[in-house]
Ligand binder design. Structure first.
Ligand SMILES: Cc1cc2nc3c(=O)[nH]c(=O)nc-3n(C[C@H](O)[C@H](O)[C@H](O)COP(=O)(O)OP(=O)(O)OC[C@H]3O[C@@H](n4cnc5c(N)ncnc54)[C@H](O)[C@@H]3O)c2cc1C
Length: 1061
């Protein structure tokens, strides 16, 4: 920090406090919260160990599972498995050894998660010194309890380690009685173990208080007459204990610990320095403690002659340029430092504010917002801070600074960081205000009044300067987007904010604008993107320091590895902001902005279509990188064009020739088993890189899962695959798997991805999507009635579904199920999406349905009942009530994929029709003579036909049909490409009109084109000798399967009336 005036010999005031919080005097020299002392009737406090004195196995497991990509909840579920007689409880009673337990437990976890679970590594972490450490707040409480003459006991369900010592990572001297389950052979909640503990304490149940984090253990104690506290977090538990005991347990300085070995500072020179500076005459000691937060700059509590001070210093070692700007006195403590007055109060480290009422939480966040407004309302000139930072261009400077910081500590290339480094300078806000900014404004940098929601002090001003205040607003919303398990900066993106009472980020921004009298902030996504970018750069710095052994926190190494995660969050905001910027451009529609189109000569005759156009909109910074609308495969970028041609060769060499065999398999008795030829072709496609082409670049920007094509690029390839009914599956690009995979990429947790997405991407598993129900008009998804009910750690589903494509396939392992979790919620918040393993008991397939008599084996379209199907809670996608939102996201690109394929159907039908009516080509004749292998099986073998004295090709009506079909295909293709283009440029939501239009147009167009081809073929067109009948059936079915035509027409009309008057 560049706070020149923050340390003055005469006045130990914080710079900011002097400036604008003068009215808050040193009112709280001691904590006022706990004023009552003594008077307790209790004589002992009994502590459970895991979850009370040290972190609970459940908590440790949750973090470990995330880091090891194990489905979340596996460990906890396995710990509970078997109840009294499960491996965990037997281990606690020392009935099995550690080795035996790990063997049995490992098997159980692997069965549950269907993946190998390295339980040894979990066990080592659980019992490691780093994790198994007593919470300082508990150490303090135990000291205070004993100081009041009460007894303390630990009553632990614990176990023997492989070295035969019992696992009790506590100082036994803190307790009068220690009762260990593995020593006694009895476990909580068995009442005998509580009685044993009381007996050893020599007390009646009513004379003691018992703390445990597990409900059954607490219940058992309560039923014996012991007073109990259920522990959710240690801090809150200590408060409850204080209330019961009637005296304070926090006489020390909260949030401090003894100074860490590597962070020690010379006390004598510091004492001398302070005595000289403050003019103190004392022979008393200087008490020194270290605050347990402060990742970058170590912070110390100093008590000297009744003065409570805080010292903050630069960490030791080599530092990044301009980081940790604390420029003072080297000689006293070894690195520059500053000292300030200590302000007692509450610091809320967990931003979800556990243990508080929703109204209290809201008040805390409102107070946070208010104090930020106060900081931003300070007139820098009036308080002498006009030269506290440079004026203007704050954001560009910040972007440059943090890019530099990041580069200086970069250890490997992080794709999202690279994209952000390019994106940020192109999207800078046009207008910026300049005020005093804090630079690191977060809830845990605020000291609150102990009894009311009022901010007493703001900490950590190292990054303060003059700049754009919206940076502070955005930075204070980081927790909204981070998970609660995020190691350094706890968040709450997995919590229900409405229930908690915490304002959502958008509301927090609005609140700020209202208090400041500003118009609503439109570009707050930019500020969020930048804030996460900066956080990523900071984390990278911490990681870099951990590699060079200088980090001030033991978690530094782990912290740095999170850079990539945070940079992805930043990029999500960049994408959203990019769309906003795009939409604000002075054009009404992306495709009407100064396009120029030119024709290119075709080098070679393209048998399926004759397309030769490319249109390129003028580049603008917002979308230049995404290119123009490419309407011909020949105008694709060289690598994608090469991919297209590779696919085309593959179709000609492998797919079309295989069609007759695949078709006869579908008509054979073996049809409900996958065709071995398909599996064979899948391996070939994979080997040629023609695999998972469908995932749009926007959903998978790092090409982690797919080929990284834009929707337009994929449209060309998808059309080509659509010329065969089998190619989409052969290239792992078929519905409904594509939609489900995209759903998992967009919304799945890491554990869900590991379990479901990976096998689907590998083509080992298949999936289905279950929404439609026979009893209700399912074109309106809000009608869905199937119920999803909570029951302990499960959701229980009951419902009747039909037309579930793919559910009969023996490879189908996952059913993405849509049902109602809350019938009383607002209409669009009632539905939820659950991932249901197909081997869950209660799924009863009643029958395969047929489409015009076709079964579409082996996947089929099933009618299914779900009867009391129990699904673990962690299988919920995104959260209860988010089903509608997910279904819409899932069906965005997925639905236009069908349209792309329909263009392929139509091109193939037209090609077949032309081949049928024309004299054979030289190539066809060669094939007939057996000189060449057929390259396009069903078109090459047909002969030209003559009717009523004229070849069909000369009949006027046939020619008119051909012309009509060509025109209709071209129109529909342009509309498909346009929808894909708008999705690429402006996102799925902005493309709603284009998507609805093409869904309205493509199936009917294909039906007409295929129908004309069938007509030209005569009766043969209806047979299964040609793909036309199947194409026609599918095109017709898609007028329902993609939602009925009427629904799309209604959407188009609604949007037309809304926007085009
Ligand atoms: C081959 C095939 C595969 C399918 N695969 C799946 C699948 O995998 N998973 C799944 O969940 N479902 C699937 N479906 C079901 C499909 O999604 C539904 O058929 C579709 O949503 C329509 O619902 P519904 O059949 O209940 O018709 P309803 O909702 O009962 O509609 C019947 C008719 O009412 C009229 N109508 C409806 N809404 C309007 C409106 N707004 N304005 C005017 N008229 C209207 C239309 O004429 C419509 O055809 C599939 C269907 C088919 C044919």
């Amino acid at each position: 920090m560049c706070v020149r005036s923050c340390f003055q010999s005469s006045c130990l005031q914080w710079a900011w406090r002097t400036a604008f919080l003068k009215h808050i005097q040193r009112r709280h020299q001691g904590s006022h919260r706990w004023t009552h002392l003594g008077g307790s009737t209790y004589r002992a406090v009994i502590f459970d160990m895991g979850g009370v004195l040290i972190p609970s196995p459940g908590r440790v497991a949750a973090e470990w599972e995330v880091q090891n990509r194990i489905p979340s909840g596996t460990i906890l579920k396995a710990l509970m498995e078997g109840g009294e007689n499960g491996p965990w409880m037997r281990f606690m009673r020392a009935e099995i050894t550690a080795e035996g337990f790990l063997r049995e437990f490992g098997r159980l976890c692997s069965e549950m998660s269907k993946t190998s679970v390295p339980v040894d590594s979990f066990f080592s972490l659980l019992t490691s010194e780093r994790v198994a450490k007593q919470f300082p707040v508990m150490t303090e409480a135990i000291t205070q309890i004993r100081a009041k003459g009460l007894q303390t006991a630990v009553l632990s369900n614990n176990f023997y380690l492989p070295n035969q010592k019992s696992f009790l990572p506590l100082d036994r001297k803190q307790f009068d009685v220690v009762v260990e389950s593995c020593v006694e052979g009895i476990c909580k909640p068995d009442p005998r173990i509580y009685k044993l503990c009381l007996e050893r304490l020599g007390l009646q149940p009513s004379e003691s208080i018992f703390l445990d984090d597990l409900g059954p253990n607490v219940k058992a104690a309560a039923s014996l007459g012991i007073h109990t506290i259920k522990v959710n977090d240690p801090e809150t538990a200590v408060k409850e204990l204080e209330a019961l005991l009637g005296f304070t347990l926090r006489l020390g300085v909260p949030n401090t610990q003894p100074v860490r070995k590597t962070m020690e500072i010379p006390k004598d020179s510091l004492k001398k320095y302070l005595k000289d500076l403050l003019g103190i005459q004392t022979t008393g000691p200087l008490e020194l403690l270290q605050f347990d937060h402060g990742q970058s700059n170590p912070t110390y509590y100093i008590s000297l002659a009744n003065r409570d001070l805080v010292l903050r210093k630069k960490p030791p070692g080599t530092l990044l340029p301009s980081a940790h700007a604390i420029e003072r006195e080297f000689s006293v403590v070894g690195t520059p430092f500053y000292v300030m007055e200590y302000c007692p109060g509450l610091i809320y480290k967990d931003p979800s504010l556990p243990g508080l009422e929703p109204s209290h939480r809201r008040a805390i966040y409102t107070a946070m917002n208010t104090v930020l407004c106060k900081i931003h309302s300070v007139d820098p000139q009036a308080v002498g801070l006009e030269d506290y930072g440079k004026q203007g261009a704050y954001i560009p400077r910040q972007v440059r600074t943090w890019v530099k910081q990041y580069r200086a500590s970069e250890t490997s290339t992080i794709p999202a960081m690279e994209r952000l480094i390019e994106w940020l300078p192109l999207h800078l806000p046009h207008q910026q205000r300049t005020t005093l900014v804090h630079g690191d404004f977060r809830l845990d940098n605020l000291v609150f009044h102990p009894e009311k929601p009022e901010v007493l002090a703001v900490l950590d001003w190292e990054l303060s300067t003059l700049g754009d205040p919206l940076i502070d607003v955005a930075y204070s919303c980081l927790a909204h987007y981070l998970p609660s398990s995020f190691p350094v900066l706890r968040g709450f993106n997995d919590c229900d904010l409405t229930q908690l009472g915490i304002p959502a980020a958008e509301e927090y921004f609005r609140m700020y604008c209202l208090q400041m009298g500003l118009p609503p902030t439109e570009n707050w996504n930019f500020y969020m993107a930048f804030s996460f970018f900066r956080l990523a750069a900071i984390l990278q710095g911490v990681y870099w320091r951990s590699l060079t052994g200088q980090a001030s926190s033991a978690h530094a190494e782990q912290t740095g590895k999170l850079t990539e995660f945070v940079s992805n969050l930043a990029w999500d905001f960049a994408v959203k902001e990019g769309f906003r910027v795009f939409k604000e451009m002075p054009f009404k529609n992306p495709l009407t902005r100064s396009c120029h189109t030119w024709a290119r000569s075709q080098s070679q005759w393209y048998p399926i279509g004759t397309r030769s156009y490319s249109s390129v909109p003028e580049a603008s910074p917002a979308h230049a990188s995404r290119g123009g609308l490419v309407i011909s495969p020949e105008s694709l970028s060289p690598p994608v064009r090469e991919l297209y041609h590779r696919l085309k060769r593959f179709m000609e060499q492998h797919v079309y020739p295989a069609e007759p065999e695949l078709q006869s398999h579908q008509a054979s008795a073996a049809r409900w088993s996958p065709s071995p030829l398909i599996e064979d072709l899948k391996e070939k496609a994979k080997a040629e890189g023609l695999w998972n082409l469908f995932l749009p670049l926007e959903a998978d920007p790092e090409k982690k899962y797919g080929a990284g094509l834009t929707n337009v690029e994929y449209a060309h390839l998808c059309e080509l695959m659509g010329t065969s009914l089998y190619a989409p599956e052969i290239c792992n690009c078929s519905a409904p798997d594509t939609g489900n995979m995209e759903l998992l990429v967009r919304y799945g947790t890491e554990a869900q991805k590991a379990r479901w997405l990976m096998p689907l991407l590998e083509g080992k598993a298949r999936s289905c999507f279950a929404m439609t129900e026979p009893q209700v008009a399912s074109s309106d998804a809000t009608n869905i009635e199937a119920s999803i009910r909570e029951e302990d750690s499960f959701y229980v589903i009951n419902g009747h579904k039909w037309w579930i494509t793919g559910i009969l396939d023996p490879r189908c392992q996952l059913c993405v199920f849509m049902g109602k979790t809350d019938p009383h919620a607002p209409r669009h918040r009632q539905q939820s999406v659950l991932l249901v393993p197909m081997d869950t008991p209660g799924i009863k397939i009643i029958r395969p349905l047929t489409v015009y008599g076709l079964e579409d084996a082996p996947g089929g379209h099933g009618e299914v009942r779900f009867e009391h199907v129990h699904v673990p809670k962690e299988n919920m996608v995104l959260g209860p009530g988010r089903g509608f939102e997910i279904a819409q996201g899932r069906l965005g690109p997925g639905r236009i994929h069908h349209c792309m394929r329909l263009i392929g159907f139509s091109e193939r039908a037209l090609a077949l029709m032309k081949a049928r009516i024309q004299p054979p080509t030289a190539e066809g004749r060669e094939q007939e003579r057996g000189l060449r292998r057929p390259c396009f099986h069903w078109s090459c073998r047909v002969k030209s036909r003559v009717a009523f004295g004229k070849p069909l090709v000369e009949q006027g009506t046939v020619l008119a049909d051909i012309a009509q079909s060509r025109v209709e295909i071209e129109q529909a293709r342009l509309l498909v490409l346009r929808a894909a283009h708008v999705m690429d440029l402006a996102g799925n939501k902005a493309a709603a009109l284009d998507i609805a239009m093409i869904k309205m147009v493509a199936p009917s167009m294909a039906s007409r084109v295929i129908d004309r081809a069938i007509q030209a073929f005569g009766a043969a067109g209806l047979s299964s000798d040609y793909p036309l009948a199947q194409f026609f059936t599918w095109a017709r079915a898609l007028r329902f399967a993609d939602g009925p035509d009427e629904v799309h027409r209604a959407t188009v009309a609604k949007l037309e009336l809304k926007h085009r008057i």
